[in-house]
Design a protein around this ligand. Sequence first.
Ligand code: NCD
Length: 305
Amino acid sequence: MRHLLAIDDLDRDAIIGLLDGSEYMSEVLAREIPKVPALRGKTIVSLFYEDSTRTRLSFETAAKRLGADTMTFTAGSSSVKKGESLLDTVRTIESMGIDAMVVRHSAAGAPHRIAGWIDAAVVNAGDGRHGHPTQALLDAFTLRRHRGDLTGARIGIVGDVRNSRVARSGIECWDRLGAQITLIGPPTLMPERLDGWPVDVAHDFDAVISELDVVYVLRVQQERIGRALLPSLREYYTRWGLNTDRAERMKPDALVMHPGPMIRGSEIATEVVDGPRSLVREQVANGVAVRMAVLFDLIGSGGLV
Ligand code: NCD
């Protein structure tokens, strides 16, 4: 793999290869000293033009666990404020000598453009409403650990699918692994066009909840939504929130996931987040292992120890 820009760049075997690699990395993370020198001497920079907690820290932890040097760039405290362009910023950073650049940007396609400008490997850590491939991989890894396989798993993605790069990458990834995906939410938060997407759509959450193996809850991305499209938040929660009543109607072994950040009480109840079905904290922990596997695949050369 030269870059990881979208799940579309990966076929089923490539996805499975990365998940198997993540399994190995997760063994490394369970060691007394959770570190291997596989990327010693390599430099990885995270270039974040949009806010992030999990994704940025997870990539940086992954890089450090592999012995790489890390640099962090956040647009808010940089010369972007003085008017420096994306191209000049990227070239400036590249001149310092880097092997990989992890990019988050509000413009869809920004990581693809950057990949055309520099020699370093580029990883998409979220671009606009387009994609977030490592999130999809870490969710697949988390589910595989619980179910053994995603074949036939019925995954309901609930909420603001229209604005969600997590949903877009998730659908591409989990479909390749054999899952069946149902999108659930108000019509205004569904993608405008769904032709060719391997999904069903349900507007009535209660009608499908008892058939799902996984309920994947999304945040309502207020910052990307025009006011007019959203019912009141209270109405939203009543109809599409994963409250305790709904959670009780799930299959006995069904699982709950959320990519974070969560707004408790807005899309998911606190009791459900902290309850026995919830994989939320495992998703975060697994994110480090999966990003280690991705970074090693992109810029590792020697073997693993
Ligand atoms: C999301 C993102 O930024 O795409 N979070 C994440 O990376 N885990 C989802 C969101 O902001 O709701």
